[in-house]
Structure formats: C-alpha cells, structure tokens
Write a protein that binds this ligand. Structure first.
Ligand SMILES: C[S@@+](CC[C@H](N)C(=O)[O-])C[C@H]1O[C@@H](n2cnc3c(N)ncnc32)[C@H](O)[C@@H]1O
Length: 250
C-alpha cells in the first residue's frame, strides 16, 4: 500500500487541496477524484461523517489515512479545526469548457468579470453549486482554482464547472450584465440559458464585457447606496432566477 505522506508529497503540486472535512465531503459527493486523504484523528472524522454525511461515510472510511498531528500540520498551509485534508484531481479545462458550452444548458452560467477578491470568488462558486448553475467563469487574472478560492468554495468546485476564459470565449446564451444603471431585475424573467455577468469589486463591468452584453440589469437599491458586494449580487440574481421559475436541483 502506498504511504499517504509519500503520495501527498508526489501529488500536492498538481492537485487541488481540499482543506477540512466539509470540503472533502462535498468533493466526494460531487464525484471528485481524490487520490489521497489524511486526518490527524480518524475516529473524529468518521464521527463527523456519521453525523453530517452518512451518504459518503463508506467512501471517507476507505479514503482517510490517519497520520500523526505533526505530519498533518506539515502537509497543509494552516491546520483546519477538523484535522482533515485531501488532494483532488482538478477537472480538465476541456471538460469544463464542454460543460459550459453545452447548447442544451438548463441553468445559467455566472461570469465574474475580472474579480479581485479570492473570498468572493469562493462564495460565488458555493452559490452556483447551491442553485445548480451550469458553471462559474472568471475573466482576468484571478485563478478560480486558487487554494483560497477552493477553501471559500467549501469543495463545491466539483459540483459545477469552474474555468477562467476570455470575454471572447464566453459561453453562448443571452448575456445579462448586472449593473446599478440597468433595468430593474424585478420586471424580468432570466432565461435558463442566460449568461449572468458581474463586474469587479473595484471598477465594475469592463468595457469589453459591456460591449458584449444584451441587457444591463439592476438590483433594487436605494439611490444613496453605491453598490452591493459582488457575491451578494450573485446571490440575489440567482435567487431571482430560481424564484421566477428557474430550476433548482432536487
Ligand atoms: C462591488 S460592485 C462594483 C462596484 C464598483 N465600484 C463599480 O463602479 O461598479 C461589484 C458588482 O456587483 C454587481 N452589483 C452591485 N450592486 C449592484 C446593483 N445594485 N445592481 C446590479 N448589479 C450590482 C455589479 O455587477 C458590480 O459590477
């Protein structure tokens, strides 16, 4: 049997870090390939599985190797309270692009146009997973698979398609760009094949994205308030899509 620490050291550079029990649980639930998972306390981790994730308890039991606390701490940037960590294989760009460009899409794709904040990107991926969005695309320099984004996404990158693309490569579908100057969202029904674009925290929508937009859409907001946080804007928009008939998975 392969030593889990050797396997970790061999794979860490090429794989995605799943930091903590919940990230591992979500990744396993949504079909991630997990070549190695470690814990400093197997009994506690499996007790959490019994309590919170009986559906994947068997898989976690087979995956989790116990290592001494010091070894666990040496493998991760900062130890997680659950003392669980794993490495997952990042889905190929080709597979993500295929999912994002599926012409029979039944749910919107969320586009973050040149986002800056890694925490916001993680929160948006978590929202996209929860609402069953077809995927999350970022433009610009932020890597949506950065470890901090994966941490913020709680392992839910594996529940949707996450990829960085240029504006020219965006999936097809009517492009609704969110902007306080747009048309009130409350009078609109967002189609299931919509591409929903959100601007950067600092400067809003880029010129390139604005040119491509079919509609500018505003979230209700008092005039004295300049804007909402990026992730909360995505939350309101996906909620609006679902509340006006968009499918949320069972
Ligand atoms: C923090 S805001 C950007 C603020 C930025 N200073 C600006 O000039 O637009 C991030 C993004 O959230 C979305 N957003 C925030 N408030 C909104 C609102 N009231 N209506 C529509 N979109 C909004 C937009 O897509 C915006 O580009």
């Amino acid at each position: 049997m392969t030593d889990p620490v050797d396997a970790w050291r061999r794979l860490a550079g090429a794989c995605v870090l799943l930091d903590g029990f919940h990230a591992l649980k979500h990744a396993v639930r949504f079909g991630a390939e997990v070549p190695v998972a470690v814990t400093a306390d197997r009994r506690a981790a499996l007790a959490l599985a019994d309590e919170l994730a009986p559906d994947v308890r068997g898989t976690l039991d087979a995956l989790l190797a116990e290592v001494p606390p010091g070894t666990y701490a040496s493998l991760v940037p900062r130890p997680h309270p659950t003392a669980v960590a794993a490495l997952a294989v990042r889905p190929s760009r080709q597979a993500n692009v295929r999912a994002l460009t599926d012409t029979a899409r039944r749910a919107p794709v969320v586009v973050l146009d040149e986002p800056r904040n890694l925490g916001n990107a993680g929160a948006v991926i978590r929202l996209a997973a929860g609402f069953g969005a077809a995927g999350v695309v970022t433009t610009g320099t932020l890597d949506p698979w950065h470890p901090t984004v994966v941490r913020g996404g709680a392992g839910l990158h594996f529940a949707t398609a996450v990829e960085r693309l240029t504006v020219d490569e965006l999936p097809r579908g009517p492009l609704f760009a969110l902007d306080p100057e747009g048309e009130d969202i409350r009078g609109l029904k967002l189609p299931d094949d919509a591409v929903l674009a959100f601007g950067s925290e600092r400067s809003g929508l880029s010129a390139g994205l604005r040119v491509r937009a079919d509609h500018l859409v505003a979230l209700p907001m008092r005039p004295q308030v300049s804007s909402y946080n990026l992730a909360t804007s995505v939350a309101m928009t996906l909620y609006h899509w679902s509340a006006t008939g968009g499918a949320v998975p069972s």
